[in-house]
Ligand binder design. Sequence first.
Ligand code: NAD
Length: 772
Amino acid sequence: MNIEKVAVIGAGVMGASIAAHISNAGIPVVLLDIVPENASDRSIIAKTAVEKLLKADPPPLMHPGNIRLITPGNIEDDPGLLADVDWVIEAVVEQPQVKQSLYRKLETVCTKDCLISSNTSTLPLSLLTQDMPDSFRQRFMITHFFNPPRYMRLLELVSGPETRPELTAAVTRFADVRLGKNCIACKDTPGFIGNRIGIYWLLCGLHEAIELNVSVEVADAAISAPFGIPKTGIFGLLDLVGLDLVPHILKSMEQALPKTDAFHQVGRLPEVVRNMIESGHTGRKGKGGFYRLNEAGGKRVKEAVNLATGDYRVSEKPDLSLLQEAQKKGAQSLLSSPDPAALYARRVMAKTLAYAAGLVPEISDDITAIDAAMRDGFNWKLGPFQLIDQIGVGWFAGALHEDHLPVPPLLAMKQPLYKAESGQLHYLDLTGAYRSVPSVEGRLLLADIKRQGPSLLENRSASLWDIGDGVACLEFHSKLNTLDMESMKLIRQSVDKVSESYKALVIHNDAEHFSAGANLGLLMEAIHRSDWHAVEQLIQEGQQTYKALKYASFPVVAAPSGLALGGGCEILLHCDAIQAHAELYTGLVEVGVGLIPGWGGCKEYLRRWLAFPKRPGGPIPPVVKAFQTISMATVSKSAADAKELLFLSRNDGITMNKDRLLFDAKARAISLAENYTPPSPPVFPLPGKTVKILLSMGVKAYRLLGKATEYDVEIGDKLATVLSGGNTDITTPLSEDDLLALECEAFVALVKQPGTLARLEHMLKTGKPLRN
Ligand code: NAD
């Protein structure tokens, strides 16, 4: 079965953003809601929800134009819109009667093969299908998206005993390939996997902080980075979710879970939180929550709740030196430290991890599904079982015993929960046997490759891997994958290695971000020594290395995800093709640190604008376009946006699911390798001085309007010189090397200026650009 058109019923928080994400996949989607009383426009709810999508933050749409794929309407007048859809997702209020009466209506208007699913968070499938006809039960399932649906990778899927397997398979494949989700099959149990464990964890974190008299800042810091958990920790996450939602979740869990479940030991809200909800302090969407920004003395001050009194106080950065010292010695040392922050972490994590382990096989027979749910639904770097392995199963079981907590049977075996054998990952089941973690066709991770053997080349910043079928993969692995001379060295060595023994190269890494750009520390050292020759060498080394990639005898395909900034964007621009993850945030952001792109970025970006799209006006409009994007440090909001900005070209591919990115890039590289010839060097017919003056005047006008700073004018002047071609005119085309020389000259001139030094120092100190 193919899913080519979808409908979402219920245009609230979830429905509208699920519809937006379906449109991100290029799929037409109908969005229906009820008709409000006395409304002059009977579809006003769905229409307003669609309009709001354009203003929502973070943006649910990967491109504003996707909105054209969403057709709003109402459930009374527009049943005709449902006649040709393949999948209806119900996302109406969490009330079984409302949902069931809608299902009865859907039975009469949808085709018999249309699959219907509910986005319910708490209602069991058995209840939703009660008294419904067989024809409905066979086409029904629960598809539980996490909020916000564009960004959260987890999709929990519950099929009933009668659900047709081909429908389950179709949704699983569609969600994986088209929506980029990790689709986890769950049993029909309360809260499925993610919320069952996640809510227990949040409640433990809340109660233990109060009991141990630990501040919200200490609690969040202790529970986050040391365990690879987002820095929102417990209290920041509760603020994000909204405290007012918690009582509803507690009520349904309270009713649904057996009295023996450990949930009941934590499933109540402390008085301080009840008071906060009553006074409207429900989190980020309310008047603030455990944290808030308050106006005081004309300034915005971050405040936090004192859990003992419920009053707000100025938020303090916690001193975690003892915790960090213990952490350096490993997880066991951290969890046995007497430091109050470490003690808090032990209490919360020991209970949570043990709770998760005790839920096998109730919520899943397979620990890999539970790990994936916590990674993709709560953004944990490692799932509960991966964390237990990291701590050490035997040690952890001993710690539970010491803390008078029951040791779940899975942990009582004291065997590693995962192990690699002959390059294949296996997980432990309840019988004590190891089962291989199943692979999914079309997914490939560098982590899988690494399990199979050593790298081909390696230094501290980068490695080269054999990913099979004659293709090698270059991986950056420095902090934030910043690029330094070691990265450049490995690129050069990789070009030699691939020329000798491989047919293509892919540049990719499994990290959250492809590359944050050049390592600015090195540059700073040279500036502090006033060693301008070293700066020049740094630039020329990067330029020549990227050029070597561009003109290599084999095709190079970049497969970026997350941030690809500055030098990270420049390397993309030098590749034969890009296969990008849909969540790509790329741009030439050098002006933010007082610089211009110097590793061939100006040249390559300009080349793209000159080559496509062909427009009247000769080279002037392309030069202006390139100037605007670089001078404003524009970063794409997605891969689709990067296409519009020409960081990606029309033929570059976009992969929705990050786990499929390397596989897709490799396939692209193999196809390019057939009859590959390196590109011929371009020439640049550039307008020269007249356009340079025009561009510089533009920045000065922005300065007068207060939209550009004094130093922006200076950088704009240098950038304008490079992009307009320096001392040339349209009749004397420049070569690639001429443009590289202009880049280098402008770069070196800028690093000598105090304005650039101030921007660099500020960025290294605060991580934010200075507006001087
Ligand atoms: P919401 O209250 O924001 O939106 C519900 C929408 O359904 C409203 O616009 C309402 O007018 C509409 N509606 C009610 N009855 C209807 C009917 N008969 N026909 C058509 N539309 C109808 O709710 P929400 O937060 O979007 O939740 C929707 C569903 O998603 C619930 O089942 C909820 O449990 C689940 N869910 C919510 C979240 C979350 O974070 N909010 C996360 C995952 C799942």
